[in-house]
Each structure stands twice: as C-alpha cells, then as structure tokens.
Design a protein around this ligand. Structure first.
Ligand code: PLP
Length: 388
C-alpha cells in the first residue's frame, strides 16, 4: 500500500539492523501489546504462562526485574508493584475477605498499620495489634477467623527482631498465612522462605533501587496457588510499575552486594562510636545486644544493613533533639532510606500504645556511602550543638 508521509510517521518502512546485544536490559515501554492475529487476542495477566497481553501486566523490563528479585529471594513467583506500600496493599487486598481477622505487630511500618485500620476495617476485616516479641505466644491471639499474620523483621523505628519461625509455626497450626515485610534486609540478610514465610514483600525503593530516585515494591510468594491469588487481585487493582523505574532498579541491583557490604561496615562503625557517647541510652540495631531480639538476629540473619535508631538518655527536650538533627551537616533530613546519602529523622513515639516508650528521644539514622569517620565527626559536633 502507498503511504503518505503522515501515515509513515506511524507505520514506518525504515529499518535498523537486528541483533544488538549489550549488558543492560532494554527499557520496554508499552501499553498496547500486538497480537499476531484476531484469534490470539486475550487479557490474561499471567504472561509467564500465556505470553504478552497488556502493558499493565508488565513489559519484558518489568518481568525481568520480577524474575531477578524472585531469584534473589528464593521464592516461586514475584509481582512488581508501584511502590513498597503498593506491595503491602496488594497482600492485604488479595488475601483478606470481610469477616477475616488479621494480626499486625505494633511496630510495623506505619502506613501498613494505617491501611489495616482504615481501608481494611472499612471493608469488614477485623484488625488486632500484637507485641512484636510475642514469639510462640501469638498462638493465644489466633482466632478461628485469623487468615493472615504480618511480621516485620526488624520492626520499623524500634527495631525489635521477631521470632519469625515461632510465629509461622503458630499461624500454620491454625491455617493462617504469614506475610513478612523484609525491606530492612533487602531480601538477602533474612531468608524468608527458609524460615517458613508464605508471602514476602520488600520496598525496591530502598536497597535495590539504591539511589533514592524511584518507587517500586515486590511481592514474592512461595507457591503457584498464592501467585494466582495475588495475580488476580493485581490485575484489577492496576497498581503497575513504570518500566523506566524497573530499568533503574535493574541497574541498581547489579551493585547491591558491594553497596550493602560497605553500608553494613560503615553502619556498625558509626553505631559503635555512638554507643559510648554519654548522651545515648541505647542503640537499637539488631547486631547490638541492646536491641530487643538480638539473639534471634544472630540465629536467623546473615548480616545487617544501614538503618538503626538511637535513644537518648532522659533529659533533652524535643526541641533539643531536633536541634541535634538540624545541626547535622552530612546527614540529610528525610524519609526513604537505602540510597547513597545518610539520613536522620527524629520520631515521637509517645503515642505508640503498648510499645516500649522512648518518648521523643529517638532518632533514626540511615548510613550511606560517605566516609564513616566523617559521619562520626558530624554526629559529634551535633551533640555539642544540642547542649548549647
Ligand atoms: C519504605 C518502606 C515501605 C514502603 O515503600 P515505598 O516504596 O516508600 O512505598 C514498606 N516497608 C518498609 C519497612 C519501608 O521502610
């Protein structure tokens, strides 16, 4: 057919050579997926089974990230979502029905707790919080309608390390599933599936992304039945990621091992220096004896990462703790850790019912890739600023 220049803008006859190979995954963008003929058109989300159908279910860039995260975490299947919180909401919405009961640790990532208490309650799900160090004692809280038990290891801010195998045992005895937020360990320092977890998620935003420039999550499951359950819900929720973000995550992933090794060492160095400061009461870092669940960390983890909290001795006011944070020059102030820059945020936990109350004396630090001795010097000068 003879084409005008306007039609050629859409249907080109231009040719490029085939067979390009490089070390990076191409960024495949696309909503429409082309079918070879009318008969083969279908809308199934499981493209691993049926081939590509629609961009919402993942382009090759998205599915490659899913396959690599799945391999890293030793699961059966992985779904990539837009943001870690998207991974959390997918798990809630796929696995819970009206009338079901879900158990959530008191120290879990705040937006997870908020989702349970707002949307899930509104949809008729019963929500209870449990103390994170409960271990096998969780059996007493499991009811006939308990379908899901969440764990986070270690928990957000107060960093308690949970006895995940004991929780798994109690949940499985009563037919409930266990979901784990494994973001702190980047999916590598704690082997979720070897410890019996059914569904695991991590915010790719953090360590795999690694450069504070993308928002992605991953849900990984132990078997095909759970994959189908999550996939059916994923399709209708439409919480799909951008292939551009996935390409950045694939790049970040290649350096994950060296970044984590440096971050682990720098963090231990900084935390040790802080431990002996007269202002500090407690270091909440799983590799330190002062952290609740330290023995479980030794038993179950193969390493530690860059996020921990410091608890000040009683004395300084909220304003003084904020003056300490403001005086830091190398540490930036902001959420979402896992990148190359160190961060500090002060938290007020005085409202947190049932948790050890550290009041407004807790500061969460994230250690990035700066020279650790310079980070220590920065913290030391900030302690002086706090006193004046
Ligand atoms: C950041 C974070 C999330 C959510 O990730 P986003 O990509 O920011 O939505 C979930 N869980 C934990 C423990 C996190 O730190």
């Amino acid at each position: 057919m003879k084409k005008s220049w306007k039609t050629k803008l859409i249907h080109t006859d231009g040719k490029v050579p085939e067979g390009f190979r490089s070390l990076s995954t191409p960024t495949y963008r696309g909503s429409t997926v082309l079918f070879p003929n009318a008969k083969s058109v279908n809308d199934h989300w499981d493209q691993e089974q049926v081939g590509y159908t629609y961009g919402l279910y993942g382009t090759p860039t998205v599915l490659e990230l899913a396959a690599r995260v799945c391999e890293l975490e030793g699961g059966a299947h992985t779904i990539i979502t837009a943001g870690g919180q998207g991974a959390i909401s997918l798990i809630h919405l796929a696995l819970l029905n009206a009338g079901d009961h879900v158990l959530i640790p008191e120290n879990i990532y705040g937006p997870n707790r908020k989702l349970a208490h707002s949307v899930m309650r509104r949809f008729g799900v019963e929500v209870s919080l449990y103390p994170p160090m409960i271990g096998a004692g969780i059996a007493d809280l499991i009811k006939d309608n308990t379908r899901l038990v969440w764990c986070e290891n270690p928990g957000s801010l107060t960093m308690e390390v949970q006895d995940v195998p004991a929780v798994v045992q109690a949940a499985h005895d009563r037919g409930a599933l266990v979901a784990l937020d494994n973001t702190w360990s980047a999916g590598v320092f704690f082997d979720a599936f070897a410890h019996g977890v059914d569904v695991e998620m991590q915010a790719i935003t953090k360590y795999i992304g690694g450069h504070s420039d993308l928002l992605l999550g991953a849900v990984t499951v132990k078997d095909r039945a759970l994959f189908e359950k999550l996939g059916n819900t994923f399709q209708v929720l439409g919480c799909s990621p951008s292939p551009d973000d996935c390409a950045l995550a694939l790049r970040g992933m290649k350096t994950l091992a060296v970044r984590l090794r440096q971050i682990e060492a720098s963090t231990l160095r900084v935390a040790h220096a802080l431990q002996s400061r007269p202002e500090i009461e407690r270091i909440l870092h799983p590799a330190f004896e002062s952290c609740p669940g330290h023995d479980l960390w030794k038993r179950d983890f193969t390493g530690s990462s860059g996020l921990f909290s410091i608890v000040f001795k009683p004395g300084p006011s909220k304003q003084q703790v904020q003056a300490f944070v403001d005086a830091l020059e190398l540490f930036e102030i902001g959420y979402s850790w896992g990148g190359v820059a160190s961060l500090a945020v002060d938290y007020d936990l005085s409202h947190a019912k049932g948790r050890p109350i550290y009041d407004h004396r807790i500061v969460r630090l994230y250690i990035g890739l700066e020279e650790p001795e310079e980070l220590i010097a920065d913290l030391e000068q900030a302690f002086s600023a706090m006193r004046t």
